[in-house]
Design a binder for this molecule. Structure first.
Ligand code: AMP
Length: 397
């Protein structure tokens, strides 16, 4: 695949698929602009090289209909502040408003078009809609990693209608870092997988157990594994229909010589509430009416020890119910241990991102992915529709 620096974009209309799917409050104010900032390098690169930049994105789930709750207008305002110049906004991403806005661009200008998902054709990957979008650019740049696991008109269908395609700086970085974790990683490679459910991450667990040197499993999902080992887990999260899957993964680890670590102790409480009585317990002694809501201090020490000597660490999912302070210590301790490690550390997923920020260590993590679902699909070893589309684009070969 080509990257943006391999295309001549001077004076050309550069259509960039970004992911400005930012969280907003009830009044439509942006509560976290990380996803806008993540694309600034690509946008600045394109304008510095004399491109006429046309930005397309989705926001939320308007389900194919215009809905003011999901307008990208506030993003244009925030982007104007970040770029230090007024960024015009077009009320539609196709048709006359879009065509007029694009025609008015001079070299170095930027325009943001309205939410792609106001048109049902976007998520249906409709060829006619893809062609209309493609007509807005001379070259197409995909920079939207967080949307790359979806095959939509703006990131998959579009490449059939445009000659030159490339990846932007953000998407290139994401793919480069994630390949560091999945293709020829520097070893030892340690994966840390947490979060609520085994069922959400079966693909990740099964793929990674074939690749890693050690796998640390925490969070609610660990208790399905502990139950599969024959212990009672009380009211802790546990998926009884996943017990065989858990056993299979443990067996695979054994066969492959992969060190699979589970928590040895936990923080238990009678209720998942901030003021509930909480105490430490061994994972082999969880009382029947209590739930394990975090890993305990012995497990934190064990996990930190397992990271010593790692050359690559990949992490998705919290170690406990970290949103509530009494159950956040395991996740925070792990975030510190990952940050302290000299290994290349790659994390992804909204909760894991929040956790490293809460622990104040985000600047000591090698790479924080902007993808949640896309990050997990790459860890599952699946190919992504948007990447396949770029690879088959005439100009990208
Ligand atoms: P996931 O989206 O699968 O990564 O799961 C993240 C969610 O799992 C977060 O909201 C955590 O609070 C929750 N979680 C993690 N560990 C536990 C646990 N031991 N008990 C209950 N919820 C948990």
């Amino acid at each position: 695949m080509k990257s943006i620096d391999q295309l001549d974009i001077n004076g050309k209309k550069v259509l960039i698929r970004v992911d400005f799917n930012v969280p907003t409050d009830d009044q439509g104010n942006i509560t976290d602009d990380t996803r806008i900032r993540a694309h600034l390098e690509t946008i600045r690169y394109a304008t510095d090289k004399g491109g006429k930049v046309v930005l397309i994105s989705h926001l939320g789930r308007p389900k194919g209909k215009r809905n003011e709750k999901y307008t990208l207008r506030p993003v244009a305002k925030r982007l104007s502040e970040l770029l230090g110049k007024t960024i015009p906004f077009s009320d539609d991403c196709v048709g006359e408003p879009a065509e007029k806005a694009v025609a008015a661009l001079k070299a170095g200008d930027v325009v943001l078009l309205e939410n792609l998902r106001f048109h049902a054709e976007e998520e249906k990957n409709d060829p006619g809609f893809a062609e209309q979008l493609a007509a807005l650019g001379d070259v197409y740049i995909d920079d939207a990693f967080a949307a790359a696991h979806r095959g939509h008109a703006s990131n998959a269908g579009i490449t059939a209608f445009i000659k030159e395609c490339a990846v932007g700086i953000l998407l290139k970085n994401e793919l480069d870092y994630l390949r560091k974790a999945t293709v020829n990683p520097e070893r030892p490679l340690v994966a840390i997988i947490g979060g609520a459910k085994v069922s959400d991450k079966i693909g990740v667990l099964k793929n990674l157990v074939e690749k890693v040197d050690a796998m640390l499993i925490g969070g609610g999902m660990a208790f399905t594994f502990i139950k599969a080992q024959g212990y009672e887990v009380g009211k802790s999260l546990c998926e009884v229909d996943m017990l065989d899957t858990a056993r299979e993964i443990m067996e695979k680890a054994k066969q492959k010589g992969v060190k699979l670590l589970l928590p040895v102790d936990c923080i238990i409480a009678e209720r998942a509430e901030i003021d509930a009585l909480a105490k430490e317990a061994s994972v082999q002694a969880i009382p029947s009416d209590w739930a394990a809501l975090d890993i305990g201090p012995k497990s934190s020490a064990l996990f930190a020890e397992a990271l010593a000597g790692a050359k690559t660490i990949v992490w998705n999912g919290p170690m406990g119910l970290f949103e509530l302070e009494p159950f956040s210590k395991g996740t925070t301790a792990l975030a510190r241990a990952v940050a302290d490690s000299p290994a290349t550390s790659i994390i992804g997923g909204g909760d894991t991102d929040t956790a490293v920020h809460q622990a104040g260590v985000s600047d000591r993590i090698s790479y924080i992915s902007t993808g949640g679902g896309a990050f997990l699909e790459l860890l599952e070893g699946r190919s992504m529709p948007a990447i396949e589309a770029l690879e088959s684009c005439g100009g990208a070969q």
